[in-house]
Ligand binder design. Structure first.
Ligand code: SF4
Length: 258
């Protein structure tokens, strides 16, 4: 039987929809990504600084300076028992809340704030660029909002926000319970496509392959990829056509070059 990937998350979905073969290498075959992770390490550190500040475990840091007022407000809500940080949310494939290990869909929220009985705010800290990622980030907010409404049945409204900690920018999205059905249908289709896939065909182009660690000129686990110049891997076997015998005239002509 062909192997599937049983669980998804928003970032997995992004990779899968860019190149299914990359998703297969990463989560089906579990091929390690050995590329250096300077930006990711920095992001992890800043996330930790924000969390520690909100939970009252550490002082405010320079990296968080653009969101001083917002983080201070969040810290106050936390001190009054209205915030949970780094909560793990999981759902089964009927969208019922599930245990993390058994989750069909999994996501982790940086901060969830219960503004009142019917209004929940979900906050995700970002250290990457906003520009060029608008659609991806808007979709992430939609998925968070769906999950918050499912997880908290009394909530009538969810405000999801992305805080771009490096850039003093904020993206936000509000979903009301009346909109839930429409969005749920959309993400159900995408999640089911992810977890039922068996073929995992490669999508080799300069956009898909740009940051892929498995490219032929990087780790080399994928032989289909293209490099930044759009040059295809030449690891495919070449097919040689049989040589035609030369006529005596051709032999004379070509002999001049030998
Ligand atoms: S190198 Fe390109 S085709 Fe190969 S797995 Fe990565 S993204 Fe897909």
């Amino acid at each position: 039987m062909k192997k599937r990937i049983p669980s998804w998350s928003f970032s997995r979905l992004q990779t899968f929809e860019t190149c299914k073969y990359r998703a297969a290498l990463q989560w089906r075959d579990k091929v390690p990504d050995l590329q250096p992770k300077t930006a990711a390490d920095r992001g992890t550190q800043i996330h930790q600084e924000a969390e520690d500040y909100v939970c009252g475990k550490a002082a405010f840091t320079h990296n968080l300076r653009f969101f001083h007022t917002d983080l201070a407000a969040l810290a106050k809500h936390y001190a009054e028992g209205r915030v949970v940080c780094e909560e793990e949310w999981a759902f089964d494939n009927d969208w019922n809340p599930a245990a993390w290990r058994e989750g069909w869909l999994r996501l982790k929220c940086d901060a969830v704030c219960f503004l009142d009985d019917t209004h929940v705010a979900v906050i995700d800290y970002k250290t990457g660029k906003r520009f060029g990622n608008e659609i991806k980030h808007a979709e992430q907010l939609q998925l968070y909002a769906i999950c918050a409404l499912l997880r908290y049945p009394k909530a009538e409204q969810v405000t999801c926000e992305l805080w771009y900690l490096d850039q003093n920018e904020l993206a936000s999205f509000v979903m009301k319970r009346s909109q839930l059905g429409k969005y749920l249908k959309l993400y159900d289709r995408r999640g089911q496509a992810f977890t039922s896939e068996e073929e995992f065909k490669p999508t080799a182009n300069i956009h898909s392959c740009k940051y892929c660690p498995y490219r032929p000129d990087k780790q080399g686990d994928c032989v289909y990829g293209v490099d930044a110049n759009g040059v295809k891997s030449n690891t495919q076997p070449m097919t040689l056509k049989p040589l035609k015998p030369l006529t005596p005239e051709q032999e004379k002509k070509f002999a001049r070059f030998l």
